[in-house]
Design a protein around this ligand. Structure first.
Ligand code: AQP
Length: 334
């Protein structure tokens, strides 16, 4: 820790248009930490290139992701909002931590296995070492708490193992981070295959609800959502489609699952899906409006990015020089 506040860090890849999974599992929970913690929220563009990206789209999405952070309530005066590639210590520490991460550990990562299967023609080294770069992102800021969806739990555990390993060899260097996984919304599932998580890079548009989808699109996608046999609207392992919709409804209305089940008892699936779609669209309407306002002010977005990069750089540099000293690197005396 470099000031008296404990640190929160989290990131989102600008690898596609963000989904309600990214929103409910991660971003909308971020602002709750802003008063008590020093929060770093990063647009992790370096992670995004582990899968081939179109350069113009990557650039546009980087601005959009930053604007979405703010549209979801993150005030750049109270949070450090920045872009990963603007702070070179991420790559620098990422390389160092690669040398303290075992091949066997990386081979066990389920995201690597999933993404290798999806991108069989581009199984690059970056995709494999993604978790040690993620560990660097977190450890650079001496982070205590990392709010993420459940899909990132395995990577976070590896970041803890890497921090502990490094600390054991060189003495206390990194704070060992804890994950913060929300009780509701930690895994929002695909509307077309509710046994899988909703992913922004899914090519089936009906499976994914994007934060910036229009109200009509949102409602249409929910109307087409896959449901389960028999007409009961209850949360159950045997009913992944209905359970996913109840979870989404409960997140956007702040009602409990039990309250939602009571509200929809006896209703047909068609009306239920329409009600969920409308609740989601209404919840996202202010985010969409604020996003449009922010995107119209590119100068403000650029100033926010620059300010965030400066703040992040100052603290990242301190951790990096400590790491270099510990491992025996020399520094030039100018
Ligand atoms: N479906 C989800 N439910 C809950 N949380 C989710 N997150 C992602 N999908 C869901 C959380 O969103 C944050 C940012 O995710 P990311 O950009 O790092 O990428 P990801 O986890 O790989 O998410 P995607 O949407 O599936 O991206 P692509 O398709 O590019 O791989 C994380 O906290 C994540 O847990």
């Amino acid at each position: 820790m470099y000031n008296d506040k404990k640190v929160v860090f989290s990131g989102v890849q600008p690898s596609g248009n963000l989904t309600i999974g990214n929103y409910l599992g991660a971003i909308r929970n971020f602002s709750a930490f802003s008063n008590e913690y020093h929060c770093y929220y990063c647009v992790v563009d370096m992670h995004a290139i582990t899968v081939r990206q179109n350069p113009a789209e990557l650039r546009r999405r980087t601005y959009e992701t930053l604007a979405l952070y703010m549209a979801c309530g993150l005030d750049p005066e109270k949070n450090t909002l920045f872009v990963q590639s603007h702070v070179p210590q991420h790559a620098e520490l990422g390389w160092v931590l690669d040398c303290y991460t075992m091949f066997g550990e990386l081979s066990r990562m389920t995201q690597f296995k999933d993404k290798s299967a999806k991108n069989a023609d581009n199984i690059n080294a970056g995709l494999f070492t993604y978790p040690s770069l993620m560990a660097a992102d977190i450890l650079l800021y001496q982070t205590e708490l990392v709010p993420v969806g459940i899909d990132q739990k395995q990577h976070l555990e590896l970041a803890r193992d890497i921090a502990n390993r490094f600390n054991q060899i060189y003495g206390e260097t990194f704070v060992v981070p804890e994950g913060f996984i929300p009780k509701e919304g930690a895994k929002i599932c695909s509307l077309q295959d509710p046994t899988k998580k909703m992913s922004k890079s899914d090519t089936n548009e009906n499976a994914v609800v994007r934060i910036l989808d229009s109200k009509d699109d949102i409602i249409r996608k929910f109307k087409r959502a896959v449901t389960d046999s028999n007409n009961e609207i209850i949360f159950s392992l045997e009913k992944p489609g209905i359970s996913n919709l109840l979870t989404i409804y409960s997140c956007v209305t702040d009602k409990t699952i039990a309250e939602a089940e009571r509200e929809f008892a006896g209703m047909g699936y068609g009306d239920f899906k329409l009600a969920v779609g409308e609740a989601v669209a209404d919840n996202l309407a202010p985010v969409r409006a604020e996003f449009a306002r922010l995107m119209a002010d590119k100068a403000y977005l650029e100033a926010t990015m620059a300010k965030g990069a400066d703040e992040a750089f100052r603290n990242a540099r301190r951790t990096m020089s400590k790491v270099k000293r510990k491992i025996g690197f020399t520094e030039p005396k100018h």
